[in-house]
Write a protein that binds this ligand. Structure first.
Ligand code: GLA
Length: 693
């Protein structure tokens, strides 16, 4: 897709995608402003959006353009949220940029601006892809002077949301065991910051926002997302005059990044997407973008995995794991993952992290027999690791106390008895890569669950580590994958604390939440689905009552909820009855029949508030249609008697059981749910699979 100069206008460009246009240009004083972002306009109309901002009384208190900029700086006539704040030598803070040149590449453009007095070069980058409406923007800042510069904020860019969008936003917020809860409301006048100061993406908020007057299948939606896995912030700014800008970037307030002479700091991409077709269309576009441009293995079908954490905790033994493995294999599981508790001294969470070799007491001959046994059962082998962490009670820490985030003469606060290793350090990364590489090679591992179980504290030395730690994690994962092309990685951070388009470039799936209660999972999965496709949403069926919530939920409902993503098992299979094992076996077989569609198809969130009222989701791929319907309650909150399906070919005929119905009927009159779905015990669920004839 092209980025073209707008004819008849100097220094003005339009980024055109199939459905959208994004028009921007340079004003005097090096201000690069957004003129338009919305539905695609004809080429000859593009210049018509370039005009002086109308309608506001001119005063000495406000510059109408200061939040229209792609990168508002702290300097000159601006009073909005700065996306770039720099302090030059002598304490000078007013950044004053001149436009220098536009450098075009294939589907990309860099606008080069310079602060001549202080030798700061700023590159505003924009890139399009051929098959998506997502715009990728990032910024690079280079110190071309001989004096140090300090950066106090460097966002990937600011996006103007047109006034017609209104101020209703949708985002995902939460906490441990209740990640990605949808949060909807009207943005207040003022500045609202979503973000994380934890050093990771965090459970508290996920780095995206949708703004628009929309429903699931109607309405215009503007999304901004950030592809970053460390601390981040996204500030919405709604002026009393009515307009809204969203600035997104890495870091958080208070950090100061030194930029030495000759050095460049480059931001992660901020992604913008305009869609007209409701939240459903927006999600579908994000999922397609993830498959085409983010995920390392988008075409694969994810295997059904078993994970031993909830069954055995730290009590990991060869015989115990093989006992579970035999049961898992018998059910149709394809990948067996040994979780925490396998390495030296790790009998609880007070010690062991850092000493990444099999515990000599429990595995005197290593893990070879265990994983060979797993493979003999026809499954692939996977292992839990937490490379960024160390327990003070470990040989690694006793030998390298300086490797952790710390300041001299400050406490080293532990959380879950552990400290964070500084992945900004070359020696730490080299150490991690070395043992991870050996482990994968020695045991022929197909899968790593890469966990990260605490936030940063006392994070020194140097504020750049907030960026470099995250990049260090990326680098180790990237190198590991390049050495082991068949290795797959799951991103975990106490559940879903690290799910974003940055980590998803090098991981194949995400552990969505430590909360495996099916009912609680439904809203978590719903929120997750807004940006990320079902193939990366790892969902386990665990025991009932649930270990975290103590809620009892029937096996079938637990399965049907987990089958809406990438199915796994995490229960103590030794305690499941023969009937439960039989039911599980047939549900796993049923999942394998539909998983291509669930994982890679088009998602439709059909109706209801998942986990609260009756609800249903649908996936469509080629000729298969999969509907999963849930009803957690008894007689209250009656569900509709018919579920109206979506995204079908109206004139085609679809069949299920012995019934044949037109797509038009299914989408307008609906698919009848069985009577038992309306009456009977709590937690009723059904999967209906249709095929287009
Ligand atoms: C984190 C993960 C869990 C499990 C434990 C092990 O909490 O989210 O799934 O791996 O660590 O200690």
């Amino acid at each position: 897709m092209p980025i073209i100069p707008v004819s008849g206008r100097d220094q003005t460009w339009a980024a055109l995608t199939e459905e959208s246009a994004y028009v921007f240009g340079v004003l005097e004083e090096g201000r690069v402003v957004q003129w338009y972002w919305g539905p695609r306009l004809p080429a000859e109309a593009l210049s018509e959006v370039v005009s002086e901002t109308p309608g506001w009384i001119k005063t000495g208190f406000l510059d109408p353009d200061d939040i229209a900029e792609l990168l508002p700086v702290d300097g000159g006539r601006r009073w909005g949220v700065p996306a770039l704040q720099a302090v030059y030598e002598g304490g000078v803070r007013s950044v004053e940029l001149d436009f220098d040149e536009a450098v075009s590449g294939e589907n990309s453009l860099e606008l080069v601006l310079r602060d001549r007095a202080h030798g700061l070069r700023v590159g505003l980058h924009l890139r399009l892809r051929d098959d998506t409406d997502v715009l990728e923007r990032w910024v690079s800042v280079t110190n071309e002077s001989t004096a140090p510069v300090r950066l106090q904020r460097l966002d990937s860019g600011s996006w103007v949301i047109p006034e017609q969008a209104g101020a209703v936003f949708l985002g995902a917020a939460g906490g441990w065991a209740h990640e990605t809860q949808l949060q909807r409301g009207e943005l207040p006048v003022g500045e609202t910051t979503f973000g994380s100061r934890t050093g990771t993406t965090s459970h508290k908020a996920n780095p995206w926002i949708m703004i628009g007057d929309a429903g699931e299948d109607r309405g215009r939606v503007w999304t901004v997302a950030l592809a970053w896995s460390g601390s981040w912030r996204m500030t919405t700014q709604r002026r009393p005059e009515g307009d809204i800008a969203v600035s997104a970037g890495f870091g958080h307030e208070g950090l100061i990044w030194p930029l030495a002479p000759g050095r460049t700091l480059r931001t992660p991409p901020a992604l913008g997407l305009f869609t007209d077709g409701g939240y459903g269309e927006a999600s579908a576009a994000w999922h397609a973008y993830a498959r085409a441009h983010v995920l390392p293995t988008p075409g694969e079908v994810r295997p059904v995995l078993y994970n031993s954490w909830e069954a055995t905790g730290f009590d990991v033994t060869e015989e115990g794991q093989l006992g579970l493995a035999r049961r898992a294999a018998d059910l149709g599981v394809e990948l067996f993952v040994v979780d925490d508790g396998w390495f030296a001294g790790r009998t609880d969470d007070t010690r062991g992290l850092g000493d990444w070799h099999p515990d000599p007491d429990r595995f005197p001959d290593g893990l070879g027999r265990l994983f060979d046994g797993v493979r003999e059962l026809g499954m692939q082998a996977g292992l839990w690791v937490e490379p960024e962490m160390v327990n003070p009670d470990s040989d690694l820490y006793r030998k390298n106390p300086d490797w952790v985030l710390h300041y001299p003469a400050r406490r080293r606060d532990t959380m879950r008895n552990q400290l964070v290793l500084n992945f900004a350090r070359d020696d730490v990364r080299a150490w991690a890569l070395d043992w991870l590489d050996r482990l994968v090679r020695e045991y022929g591992l197909a899968y790593l669950k890469w966990d990260m179980n605490r936030s940063f504290t006392q994070a020194g030395p140097g504020d750049l580590l907030w960026i470099d730690h995250t990049r260090g994690v990326y680098a180790v994962m990237d190198e590991l994958r390049s050495r082991h092309p068949r290795l797959r990685i799951e991103s975990c951070s106490g559940g879903g604390g690290r799910a974003d388009f940055g980590i998803l470039r090098r991981t194949d799936q995400v552990w969505t939440s430590d909360n495996t209660d099916a009912r609680d999972r439904q809203p978590i999965q719903q929120g997750f689905s807004y940006l990320y496709p079902a193939s990366v949403m790892s969902c386990w069926v665990t025991d009932s009552p649930n270990a975290v919530t103590q809620r009892s939920v029937p096996l079938r409902y637990r399965f049907h909820v987990a089958m809406a993503g990438t199915l796994g098992l995490g229960g103590d299979l030794r305690s499941w009855s023969t009937e439960e094992l039989t039911e599980a076996r047939s549900l796993i077989a049923a999942y394998k029949e539909v998983r291509q569609t669930v994982q890679h198809g088009r998602l439709h969130r059909l109706f209801g508030q998942p986990g609260v009222t009756a609800s249903a989701v649908q996936y469509v791929l080629d000729s298969q249609v999969v509907v999963l319907a849930y009803h957690p309650y008894g007689l209250t909150k009656q569900p509709p008697r018919r579920v109206r399906l979506a995204g079908l070919d109206p004139s085609a005929v679809y069949c299920f059981d012995d019934t044949r119905v037109h797509g038009a009927t299914l989408m307008n009159h609906g698919l009848a749910l069985p009577t038992w779905f309306h009456t009977g015990e709590d937690y009723r669920s059904e999967m209906v699979v249709l095929r287009r004839v």
